[in-house]
Design a binder for this molecule. Structure first.
Ligand SMILES: [Ca+2]
Length: 384
């Protein structure tokens, strides 16, 4: 049986299959371990590791000068001079490389064997994308396995069709002071089959004058399963949309125990539509956070994938997490973006599933008359 996959997925396998054995699993090692071992392990672990943005953040921390130089070159490289111009000339995109992948995705189900021009060009593009990911922290398009829920059963579904939040299953979370503003129940509503969380400046609100946003969480906590949201991320800078798990003690070194005891799992965080580089505009992060993975109690380790959805600030996309006995597998629109058994392994905690519009630490630059909305069509949970 032929596995149905996109050309980029096939091309990546093709290249990595030639160059590296077993390239499809990222290493469960921390930033600091990765830093030392990166060059040593690269030939064996392959391309996946390049995709992890923590690698690039390590570069950032260690060599600010190098990073500044890379950033400078990256700006020249990407600011409508290279990629954008090429795609424009070829008429393949409307300034969004996602569109190009959709186009190239028309060629599906081709054989792995033999040489073809399609494979050759797809291979070059994938290699280029991976080079971008390594050098410039540009996000990568989903290219992994297609989601298969045949072993799962739907155990929770809220389409948000009612007039108001079903408080039998949800509660508004963290009400009160939140970073540079407030979370308020007033910011959560349901309309036209959507859950909507609004970020805005309010003068006479529950906790006084200031910037408000909100969060809801399921009362039922979960361990393992497949968790999916369909949503439109808030289209503004400063505030950001998120769908995430928080365990009971992910930031405590002893109790987190490298994520096995408890972890924070960010199924996605979309850090606002203010990206300078066009390539990054539809990017979001999928991250696992844990403590107690190394000897340093203070050090919070993370493993992060930076990936792209289709026009995430204006169109519905789905973002999912498959949390198995062995690993976390992240998805966008039903295609794997990354997988990891980061830390000491997957969490065994029962964790809280949260939908939130987040307020930044400081420096909100929106005009006080501006609003921003995180629009959620559904949240669903499947388990075995
Ligand atoms: Ca709905």
């Amino acid at each position: 049986m032929t596995e149905k996959r996109s050309v980029p997925a096939c091309a990546l396998d093709l290249i990595s299959g030639y160059l590296y054995p077993n390239p499809r699993y990222c290493l469960p090692i921390s930033d600091r371990q990765r830093r030392g071992r990166f060059f040593a392990v690269f030939p064996k672990t392959g391309l996946q590791i390049i995709r992890e943005s923590c690698m690039i953040e390590t570069v950032k921390k260690d060599a600010a000068a190098t990073y500044a130089a890379i950033q400078f070159i990256g700006k020249i490289f990407q600011k409508e001079i290279f990629m954008e111009k090429i795609f424009e000339l070829l008429g393949w995109t409307n300034g969004q490389i996602c569109r190009f992948w959709e186009w190239i995705g028309l060629f599906k189900n081709f054989s792995f064997s033999g040489f073809s021009l399609k494979k050759f060009f797809a291979g070059i593009l994938v290699a280029f994308e991976l080079f971008n990911a390594a050098a410039f922290k540009t996000p990568v398009h989903p290219y992994g396995q297609v989601l298969d829920l045949s072993d799962y059963q739907l155990v929770f579904c809220d389409e948000f069709d009612a007039d108001a939040l079903n408080t039998d299953v949800w509660y508004t979370r963290g009400n009160g002071a939140r970073r540079s503003g407030y979370n308020g129940a007033s910011q959560v509503k349901q309309e036209n089959g959507n859950l909507i969380i609004t970020g805005e400046y309010l003068e006479n609100a529950e906790y006084g004058e200031g910037w408000y946003a909100g969060a809801v969480a399921l009362r039922q906590k979960y361990t393992k399963g497949y968790f999916e949201i369909k949503c439109i991320c808030n289209d503004s800078k400063d505030f950001w949309s998120a769908f995430w798990f928080q365990g009971s003690h992910p930031y405590d070194a002893e109790l987190s125990n490298g994520g096995v005891g408890s972890a924070e799992i960010d199924i996605f965080e979309a850090f606002g539509n203010d990206k300078i580089l066009k390539n990054n505009r539809n990017a979001l992060d999928q991250t696992v956070w844990c403590n107690g993975f190394d000897d340093d109690d203070e050090h919070l380790d993370k493993c992060s994938f930076s990936s792209i959805g289709n026009d995430i600030f204006h169109e519905y996309n789905t973002y999912g997490l498959e949390w198995t006995d062995d690993e976390y597998i992240f998805y966008i629109n039903g295609v794997e973006t990354g997988r990891t058994s980061f830390g000491n392994g997957v969490s065994t905690d029962t964790e809280e599933l949260i939908v939130s519009l987040e307020i930044p630490e400081a420096g909100i630059t929106l005009d006080k008359s501006e609003k921003t909305e995180f629009i959620v069509d559904y949240v669903k949970v499947w388990q075995k």
